[in-house]
Design a binder for this molecule. Structure first.
Ligand code: GTP
Ligand code: MG
Length: 320
Protein backbone atom coordinates (compact mmCIF):
# COMPACT_ATOMS: atom_id res chain seq x y z
CA UNK A 1 0.00 0.00 0.00
CA UNK A 2 1.28 3.37 -0.98
CA UNK A 3 0.97 5.62 2.06
CA UNK A 4 2.39 8.62 0.21
CA UNK A 5 -0.32 8.38 -2.41
CA UNK A 6 -3.02 8.14 0.23
CA UNK A 7 -1.65 11.24 1.96
CA UNK A 8 -1.88 13.03 -1.39
CA UNK A 9 -5.55 12.03 -1.67
CA UNK A 10 -4.90 9.88 -4.73
CA UNK A 11 -8.36 8.51 -5.51
CA UNK A 12 -7.27 5.03 -6.52
CA UNK A 13 -4.96 4.64 -3.55
CA UNK A 14 -7.75 5.79 -1.22
CA UNK A 15 -10.27 3.39 -2.70
CA UNK A 16 -7.83 0.50 -2.42
CA UNK A 17 -6.89 1.42 1.13
CA UNK A 18 -10.52 1.48 2.23
CA UNK A 19 -11.22 -1.83 0.55
CA UNK A 20 -8.29 -3.28 2.46
CA UNK A 21 -9.26 -1.93 5.89
CA UNK A 22 -12.86 -3.03 5.37
CA UNK A 23 -11.90 -6.52 4.37
CA UNK A 24 -13.37 -9.31 6.46
CA UNK A 25 -10.76 -11.75 5.22
CA UNK A 26 -8.29 -12.59 8.02
CA UNK A 27 -5.53 -13.01 5.46
CA UNK A 28 -5.74 -9.28 4.79
CA UNK A 29 -5.50 -8.30 8.45
CA UNK A 30 -1.70 -7.97 8.80
CA UNK A 31 -1.53 -5.64 5.81
CA UNK A 32 -4.61 -3.72 6.93
CA UNK A 33 -3.29 -3.21 10.46
CA UNK A 34 0.12 -2.15 9.16
CA UNK A 35 -1.57 0.42 6.95
CA UNK A 36 -3.80 1.77 9.73
CA UNK A 37 -0.83 2.10 12.07
CA UNK A 38 1.18 3.87 9.38
CA UNK A 39 -1.69 6.27 8.69
CA UNK A 40 -2.55 6.99 12.31
CA UNK A 41 0.16 9.63 12.93
CA UNK A 42 -1.12 11.56 9.91
CA UNK A 43 -4.78 11.49 10.91
CA UNK A 44 -6.08 14.86 11.94
CA UNK A 45 -9.67 14.96 13.10
CA UNK A 46 -11.89 16.20 10.30
CA UNK A 47 -15.24 17.86 10.74
CA UNK A 48 -17.25 14.67 11.00
CA UNK A 49 -20.89 14.94 9.99
CA UNK A 50 -23.46 12.17 10.07
CA UNK A 51 -26.43 12.57 7.76
CA UNK A 52 -29.41 10.34 8.16
CA UNK A 53 -33.04 10.21 7.16
CA UNK A 54 -35.75 7.99 5.75
CA UNK A 55 -35.40 6.65 2.19
CA UNK A 56 -36.25 9.30 -0.36
CA UNK A 57 -35.98 12.27 2.02
CA UNK A 58 -33.25 13.69 -0.19
CA UNK A 59 -30.00 12.71 1.51
CA UNK A 60 -28.04 12.17 -1.70
CA UNK A 61 -29.37 15.34 -3.30
CA UNK A 62 -28.60 17.27 -0.14
CA UNK A 63 -25.08 15.91 0.21
CA UNK A 64 -24.35 16.80 -3.38
CA UNK A 65 -25.28 20.48 -3.03
CA UNK A 66 -23.85 20.69 0.47
CA UNK A 67 -20.61 19.12 -0.73
CA UNK A 68 -20.36 21.45 -3.71
CA UNK A 69 -20.93 24.40 -1.41
CA UNK A 70 -18.16 23.21 0.92
CA UNK A 71 -15.80 22.85 -2.02
CA UNK A 72 -16.64 26.38 -3.07
CA UNK A 73 -15.53 27.41 0.44
CA UNK A 74 -12.21 25.72 -0.27
CA UNK A 75 -12.84 22.69 1.92
CA UNK A 76 -11.98 19.21 0.75
CA UNK A 77 -14.56 16.55 1.39
CA UNK A 78 -14.96 12.81 1.70
CA UNK A 79 -18.36 11.14 1.66
CA UNK A 80 -18.77 7.64 2.99
CA UNK A 81 -22.17 6.45 1.89
CA UNK A 82 -23.46 3.36 3.54
CA UNK A 83 -26.09 1.65 1.50
CA UNK A 84 -27.87 -1.19 3.25
CA UNK A 85 -29.31 -2.48 0.00
CA UNK A 86 -25.91 -2.92 -1.57
CA UNK A 87 -25.41 -6.39 -0.16
CA UNK A 88 -28.38 -7.66 -2.12
CA UNK A 89 -28.08 -5.73 -5.31
CA UNK A 90 -24.32 -5.16 -5.33
CA UNK A 91 -24.96 -2.29 -7.65
CA UNK A 92 -27.35 0.19 -6.14
CA UNK A 93 -24.45 2.24 -4.83
CA UNK A 94 -23.61 3.10 -8.40
CA UNK A 95 -27.00 4.71 -8.67
CA UNK A 96 -26.06 6.92 -5.77
CA UNK A 97 -22.78 7.88 -7.35
CA UNK A 98 -24.53 9.00 -10.48
CA UNK A 99 -26.96 10.95 -8.32
CA UNK A 100 -23.99 12.80 -6.86
CA UNK A 101 -22.62 13.29 -10.33
CA UNK A 102 -21.27 16.81 -10.03
CA UNK A 103 -19.74 16.12 -6.67
CA UNK A 104 -18.05 12.90 -7.70
CA UNK A 105 -16.66 14.63 -10.78
CA UNK A 106 -14.91 17.16 -8.58
CA UNK A 107 -11.30 16.47 -7.70
CA UNK A 108 -11.67 17.88 -4.20
CA UNK A 109 -14.40 15.42 -3.27
CA UNK A 110 -14.00 11.73 -2.69
CA UNK A 111 -17.14 9.61 -2.62
CA UNK A 112 -16.96 6.12 -1.27
CA UNK A 113 -19.90 3.77 -1.08
CA UNK A 114 -19.26 1.11 1.54
CA UNK A 115 -20.83 -2.31 1.42
CA UNK A 116 -22.91 -3.02 4.49
CA UNK A 117 -21.70 -6.57 5.11
CA UNK A 118 -25.26 -7.58 5.66
CA UNK A 119 -25.63 -5.70 8.91
CA UNK A 120 -28.98 -4.09 9.47
CA UNK A 121 -28.71 -0.46 8.61
CA UNK A 122 -25.51 -1.09 6.81
CA UNK A 123 -22.88 0.46 8.99
CA UNK A 124 -20.00 -1.89 9.27
CA UNK A 125 -17.72 -1.32 12.17
CA UNK A 126 -15.06 -0.86 9.50
CA UNK A 127 -16.69 2.46 8.57
CA UNK A 128 -14.57 3.91 11.37
CA UNK A 129 -11.44 2.55 9.74
CA UNK A 130 -12.50 4.08 6.43
CA UNK A 131 -12.95 7.33 8.30
CA UNK A 132 -9.42 7.07 9.65
CA UNK A 133 -8.08 6.61 6.12
CA UNK A 134 -9.94 9.75 5.03
CA UNK A 135 -8.61 11.74 7.97
CA UNK A 136 -5.05 10.65 7.29
CA UNK A 137 -5.57 11.82 3.71
CA UNK A 138 -6.34 15.19 5.21
CA UNK A 139 -9.92 15.81 4.14
CA UNK A 140 -11.35 18.81 5.96
CA UNK A 141 -14.85 17.38 6.17
CA UNK A 142 -16.06 13.79 6.23
CA UNK A 143 -19.75 13.05 5.77
CA UNK A 144 -21.18 9.67 6.65
CA UNK A 145 -24.55 9.05 5.06
CA UNK A 146 -26.91 6.39 6.29
CA UNK A 147 -30.54 5.44 5.84
CA UNK A 148 -32.55 5.84 9.00
CA UNK A 149 -33.12 2.38 10.32
CA UNK A 150 -32.37 2.43 14.01
CA UNK A 151 -29.10 0.70 14.69
CA UNK A 152 -27.23 2.34 11.83
CA UNK A 153 -28.12 5.78 13.16
CA UNK A 154 -26.83 4.89 16.57
CA UNK A 155 -23.58 3.62 15.10
CA UNK A 156 -23.10 6.66 12.89
CA UNK A 157 -23.90 9.02 15.77
CA UNK A 158 -21.17 7.28 17.75
CA UNK A 159 -18.48 8.24 15.25
CA UNK A 160 -19.33 11.78 14.21
CA UNK A 161 -19.18 15.21 15.81
CA UNK A 162 -22.54 16.39 14.58
CA UNK A 163 -25.48 14.21 13.65
CA UNK A 164 -27.96 15.73 11.20
CA UNK A 165 -31.39 14.26 10.58
CA UNK A 166 -33.21 15.10 7.36
CA UNK A 167 -36.99 14.92 7.49
CA UNK A 168 -39.79 15.45 5.00
CA UNK A 169 -42.34 18.24 5.24
CA UNK A 170 -45.31 16.83 7.08
CA UNK A 171 -43.13 14.13 8.55
CA UNK A 172 -44.31 14.93 12.06
CA UNK A 173 -45.51 11.41 12.61
CA UNK A 174 -42.17 10.19 11.38
CA UNK A 175 -40.47 12.24 14.06
CA UNK A 176 -42.95 11.16 16.71
CA UNK A 177 -42.51 7.61 15.56
CA UNK A 178 -38.73 7.83 15.69
CA UNK A 179 -37.50 5.95 18.66
CA UNK A 180 -36.87 8.31 21.54
CA UNK A 181 -33.31 7.06 21.85
CA UNK A 182 -32.49 8.15 18.32
CA UNK A 183 -33.94 11.63 18.70
CA UNK A 184 -31.60 12.10 21.63
CA UNK A 185 -28.65 11.53 19.29
CA UNK A 186 -29.77 14.15 16.79
CA UNK A 187 -27.96 17.50 16.92
CA UNK A 188 -29.69 19.28 14.04
CA UNK A 189 -32.94 18.62 12.19
CA UNK A 190 -33.31 19.78 8.59
CA UNK A 191 -36.73 19.84 7.00
CA UNK A 192 -35.77 19.23 3.38
CA UNK A 193 -37.93 19.84 0.30
CA UNK A 194 -39.02 23.23 1.65
CA UNK A 195 -39.92 24.35 -1.86
CA UNK A 196 -42.86 24.70 -4.24
CA UNK A 197 -46.07 23.13 -3.02
CA UNK A 198 -44.31 21.67 -0.01
CA UNK A 199 -43.02 24.98 1.32
CA UNK A 200 -46.07 25.73 3.46
CA UNK A 201 -46.11 22.26 4.90
CA UNK A 202 -42.38 22.52 5.61
CA UNK A 203 -42.95 25.71 7.59
CA UNK A 204 -45.71 24.06 9.58
CA UNK A 205 -43.57 21.02 10.29
CA UNK A 206 -40.65 23.16 11.37
CA UNK A 207 -42.69 25.12 13.89
CA UNK A 208 -44.27 21.92 15.12
CA UNK A 209 -40.83 20.38 15.71
CA UNK A 210 -39.64 23.53 17.44
CA UNK A 211 -42.22 22.87 20.12
CA UNK A 212 -41.32 19.23 20.63
CA UNK A 213 -37.52 19.06 20.39
CA UNK A 214 -34.72 21.22 21.69
CA UNK A 215 -32.24 21.00 18.81
CA UNK A 216 -32.01 23.59 15.98
CA UNK A 217 -34.60 23.08 13.24
CA UNK A 218 -33.69 24.32 9.78
CA UNK A 219 -35.47 24.36 6.46
CA UNK A 220 -33.73 23.61 3.19
CA UNK A 221 -34.32 22.71 -0.40
CA UNK A 222 -31.59 20.46 -1.69
CA UNK A 223 -33.23 20.53 -5.11
CA UNK A 224 -33.12 24.33 -5.35
CA UNK A 225 -29.92 24.77 -3.38
CA UNK A 226 -31.53 26.76 -0.58
CA UNK A 227 -30.71 26.84 3.11
CA UNK A 228 -27.46 24.96 2.60
CA UNK A 229 -25.12 27.52 4.10
CA UNK A 230 -27.37 27.75 7.17
CA UNK A 231 -26.92 24.04 7.78
CA UNK A 232 -23.14 24.48 7.74
CA UNK A 233 -23.42 27.39 10.15
CA UNK A 234 -25.53 25.31 12.51
CA UNK A 235 -22.93 22.53 12.34
CA UNK A 236 -20.14 24.99 13.12
CA UNK A 237 -22.13 26.39 16.01
CA UNK A 238 -22.70 22.92 17.39
CA UNK A 239 -18.98 22.16 17.20
CA UNK A 240 -18.03 25.49 18.76
CA UNK A 241 -20.40 24.73 21.57
CA UNK A 242 -18.84 21.30 22.09
CA UNK A 243 -15.42 22.92 22.24
CA UNK A 244 -16.35 25.81 24.47
CA UNK A 245 -18.07 23.67 27.04
CA UNK A 246 -15.13 21.27 27.04
CA UNK A 247 -17.43 18.42 26.00
CA UNK A 248 -15.48 17.65 22.83
CA UNK A 249 -12.52 15.75 24.31
CA UNK A 250 -14.91 13.75 26.47
CA UNK A 251 -17.03 12.91 23.43
CA UNK A 252 -13.97 11.69 21.53
CA UNK A 253 -12.90 9.60 24.51
CA UNK A 254 -16.33 7.99 24.77
CA UNK A 255 -16.35 7.33 21.02
CA UNK A 256 -12.95 5.66 21.18
CA UNK A 257 -14.14 3.51 24.04
CA UNK A 258 -17.25 2.44 22.17
CA UNK A 259 -15.23 1.80 19.01
CA UNK A 260 -12.73 -0.35 20.85
CA UNK A 261 -15.36 -2.32 22.76
CA UNK A 262 -17.36 -2.97 19.60
CA UNK A 263 -14.29 -4.07 17.71
CA UNK A 264 -13.22 -6.25 20.59
CA UNK A 265 -16.63 -7.89 20.85
CA UNK A 266 -16.64 -8.46 17.12
CA UNK A 267 -13.23 -10.13 17.33
CA UNK A 268 -14.34 -12.30 20.21
CA UNK A 269 -17.47 -13.40 18.39
CA UNK A 270 -15.55 -14.30 15.27
CA UNK A 271 -13.07 -16.38 17.21
CA UNK A 272 -15.80 -17.96 19.28
CA UNK A 273 -17.86 -18.96 16.26
CA UNK A 274 -14.80 -20.58 14.71
CA UNK A 275 -14.07 -22.41 17.96
CA UNK A 276 -17.65 -23.64 18.31
CA UNK A 277 -17.66 -25.31 14.91
CA UNK A 278 -17.00 -29.05 15.21
CA UNK A 279 -16.58 -28.83 18.94
CA UNK A 280 -16.95 -32.10 20.89
CA UNK A 281 -18.34 -30.35 23.97
CA UNK A 282 -21.00 -28.68 21.86
CA UNK A 283 -21.92 -32.05 20.40
CA UNK A 284 -22.36 -33.47 23.91
CA UNK A 285 -24.77 -30.71 24.85
CA UNK A 286 -26.60 -31.19 21.57
CA UNK A 287 -27.22 -34.87 22.18
CA UNK A 288 -28.48 -34.08 25.68
CA UNK A 289 -30.85 -31.56 24.09
CA UNK A 290 -31.98 -34.04 21.43
CA UNK A 291 -32.76 -36.67 24.04
CA UNK A 292 -34.70 -34.09 26.07
CA UNK A 293 -32.40 -34.41 29.09
CA UNK A 294 -31.94 -30.68 29.32
CA UNK A 295 -33.61 -27.54 27.98
CA UNK A 296 -31.85 -25.49 25.31
CA UNK A 297 -31.72 -22.46 27.61
CA UNK A 298 -30.17 -24.38 30.44
CA UNK A 299 -27.69 -26.16 28.16
CA UNK A 300 -26.61 -22.86 26.61
CA UNK A 301 -26.06 -21.37 30.05
CA UNK A 302 -23.96 -24.31 31.25
CA UNK A 303 -22.06 -24.57 27.98
CA UNK A 304 -21.25 -20.87 28.05
CA UNK A 305 -19.72 -21.12 31.51
CA UNK A 306 -17.80 -24.28 30.75
CA UNK A 307 -16.59 -23.43 27.26
CA UNK A 308 -15.80 -19.88 28.29
CA UNK A 309 -13.32 -21.16 30.83
CA UNK A 310 -11.77 -23.59 28.36
CA UNK A 311 -11.39 -20.93 25.66
CA UNK A 312 -9.97 -18.44 28.09
CA UNK A 313 -7.31 -20.81 29.38
CA UNK A 314 -6.42 -21.73 25.79
CA UNK A 315 -6.18 -18.06 24.94
CA UNK A 316 -3.84 -17.56 27.88
CA UNK A 317 -1.64 -20.41 26.67
CA UNK A 318 -1.49 -18.82 23.24
CA UNK A 319 -0.46 -15.51 24.73
CA UNK A 320 2.28 -16.99 26.88
N1 GTP B 1 -38.95 19.00 -4.16
C1 GTP B 1 -37.80 18.52 -3.72
N2 GTP B 1 -37.43 17.27 -4.04
C2 GTP B 1 -36.27 16.80 -3.57
C3 GTP B 1 -35.42 17.59 -2.76
N3 GTP B 1 -34.33 16.84 -2.43
C4 GTP B 1 -34.49 15.65 -3.03
N4 GTP B 1 -35.65 15.62 -3.73
C5 GTP B 1 -36.17 14.52 -4.55
O1 GTP B 1 -36.47 13.42 -3.71
C6 GTP B 1 -36.15 12.18 -4.36
C7 GTP B 1 -35.19 11.38 -3.49
O2 GTP B 1 -33.97 12.08 -3.37
P1 GTP B 1 -32.62 11.35 -2.94
O3 GTP B 1 -31.59 12.41 -2.81
O4 GTP B 1 -32.33 10.24 -3.84
O5 GTP B 1 -33.04 10.81 -1.51
P2 GTP B 1 -32.26 9.82 -0.55
O6 GTP B 1 -32.65 10.22 0.82
O7 GTP B 1 -30.81 9.83 -0.87
O8 GTP B 1 -32.90 8.45 -0.91
P3 GTP B 1 -32.31 6.97 -0.63
O9 GTP B 1 -30.87 6.96 -1.02
O10 GTP B 1 -33.17 6.10 -1.48
O11 GTP B 1 -32.52 6.71 0.84
C8 GTP B 1 -35.55 12.56 -5.69
O12 GTP B 1 -36.54 12.46 -6.66
C9 GTP B 1 -35.12 14.01 -5.51
O13 GTP B 1 -35.12 14.74 -6.70
C10 GTP B 1 -35.84 18.93 -2.44
O14 GTP B 1 -35.18 19.69 -1.74
N5 GTP B 1 -37.03 19.31 -2.95
MG1 MG C 1 -29.42 8.24 -1.28
Amino acid sequence: MNVEKILKQDRRALARAITLVESQNPEHYPQAFALLDALLPHAKRAVRIGISGAPGVGKSTFIEVFGLWLIAQNKSLAVLTVDPSSTQSQGSVLGDKTRMQNLSADKRAFIRPSPSSGKLGGVTFATREALLVCEAAGFDVVIIETVGVGQSEITVASMVDTFVLLVQPGGGDELQGAKKGILELVDIIVVNKADGDLKKLANQSASQYLRSVKVPILKASALHNQGIQEVWQAIEKHRDNLKQTGAFPEKIKQQNKQWFLEALTENFLKKLKADLKNNAEVDNYLSAIDSCEISVAHAAFLACNRLGKIFLSRGRERLN
